[in-house]
Design a protein around this ligand. Structure first.
Ligand code: SF4
Length: 367
């Protein structure tokens, strides 16, 4: 399985909490950005992909014309015959009928909308520019044009209550969404929030309780919690993202995009102007993990898949017995501590530790 990721680094406005690489007020550079992506793509000409994901940033800001030019250029460069899923991210303010039609005509069958909340006060408190009405209109457009629709929600927004969070989720379910991503608000360096921390954020304990309420509601509506931040009705899971968690291969194009191809990990610099000037000279790093390190990274990613977990029998097909034994020791220690569960040779995160999984991952990576 190989995925293609396109990073679209444009946003109408920078949200107060966001540390993704994206730039506001740079729409004038979209045309040149598209040319640069197509130039970078040529370097990998002939690759076949199974999934496509346009993420950002705000891919819906590309508008129909740039989207069509970019997608058709990529289709001429790569093999798209075996595509199983093509996802585009969109924000409510730019998901118009015209854009949705153009994305569907290109070949996108899945849209992921950055809604975050259906409460206007919560949206304004983090600098989102859409209203709940605009978000509901966007869901209407999405379900009309795409077979598969996902929406994001943020847990732990200023003044968010159990009732406002569950109301947002219940409306998502009522509108027929079958995939919901839930992200806990965190304070990241370099963001507006980090410089000016709002006083009305829920505590960590309150955030954990909200997460559990959210999980209980979605599970009661037949969603299954398949990844730390993701819930889906069976069959609606993101194939592209599952490939990341299975440690599969992917090519990322665009400024800031990461790749894992032929066993090598590399990432482009987060610098739009440099990328536009010379897209092939923007590598920030390139590294090949030694097999004795790679097994730990793979097990850590596998554990994010809460139901599948890390399967030692599967890993033993590709790694030597000594590496498997080292990994098993680390997993068994976590099992003794009650942080992970064990069923035969399959290890999964204990559901009480899903929100505090970072120490589990550190233990697996560094022993
Ligand atoms: S729309 Fe998304 S990518 Fe853009 S600034 Fe807001 S959170 Fe970040």
């Amino acid at each position: 399985m190989t995925g293609l990721y396109i990073h679209v680094p444009f946003c109408a406005r920078k949200c107060d909490y966001c540390d993704f690489y994206s730039l506001a007020k740079s729409e004038g550079r979209i045309h040149d950005y598209v040319e640069a992506v197509l130039e970078e793509a040529k370097h990998y000409q002939g690759l076949d992909f199974n999934t496509i994901y346009f993420g950002g940033g705000t891919p819906s800001l590309l508008g129909p014309e740039n989207l069509e030019r970019l997608y058709s250029g990529l289709r001429k460069t790569f093999g798209f015959e075996k595509i199983l899923e093509a996802t585009i991210e969109a924000n409510p303010e730019s998901l118009t009928e015209e854009f949705a039609l153009s994305a569907r005509n290109c070949g996108f069958d899945r849209v992921s909308i950055g809604i975050q909340s259906l409460n206007d006060g919560e949206l304004q408190s983090v600098g989102r520019i859409h209203s709940s009405k605009k978000a509901i209109d966007a869901i209407g457009i999405a379900v009309k044009y795409f077979k598969r629709v996902s929406a994001d929600v943020i847990i732990g927004l200023p003044r968010q209550t159990k009732s406002s969070l569950l109301s947002t989720l219940s409306k998502f379910v009522e509108f027929g969404l079958k995939h919901i991503s839930t992200y806990c608000l965190s304070l990241e360096e370099g963001t507006k929030f980090y410089q000016n921390i709002p006083g009305n954020l829920p505590s960590d304990d309150d955030q954990a309780t909200l997460f559990e309420e959210c999980r209980d509601l979605l599970v009661s509506k037949n969603f299954h919690h398949y990844e730390i931040s993701n819930f889906a009705i069976s069959g609606e899971e993101s194939i592209h993202n599952i490939n990341y968690w299975k440690c599969g291969e992917y090519l990322g194009l665009g400024p800031g995009a990461s790749s894992h191809l032929n066993g090598v990990r590399f990432k482009n610099e987060e610098n739009l102007e440099k990328y536009i000037g010379a897209p092939l000279s923007c590598k920030l790093f390139e590294e090949e993990l030694a097999p004795e390190d790679k097994i730990f990274e793979e097990a850590m990613l596998n554990l994010r898949l809460l139901e599948n977990g890390a399967d030692l029998d599967l890993l033993a097909q590709r790694y030597d017995p000594e590496s498997i034994s080292k990994l098993q020791n680390r997993l068994d220690e976590l099992f003794q501590d009650g942080k992970i569960e064990k069923n035969g040779n399959i290890y999964t995160i204990n559901s009480s530790f899903v929100l505090v999984s970072n120490p589990i991952f550190s233990k697996i990576l560094s022993g």
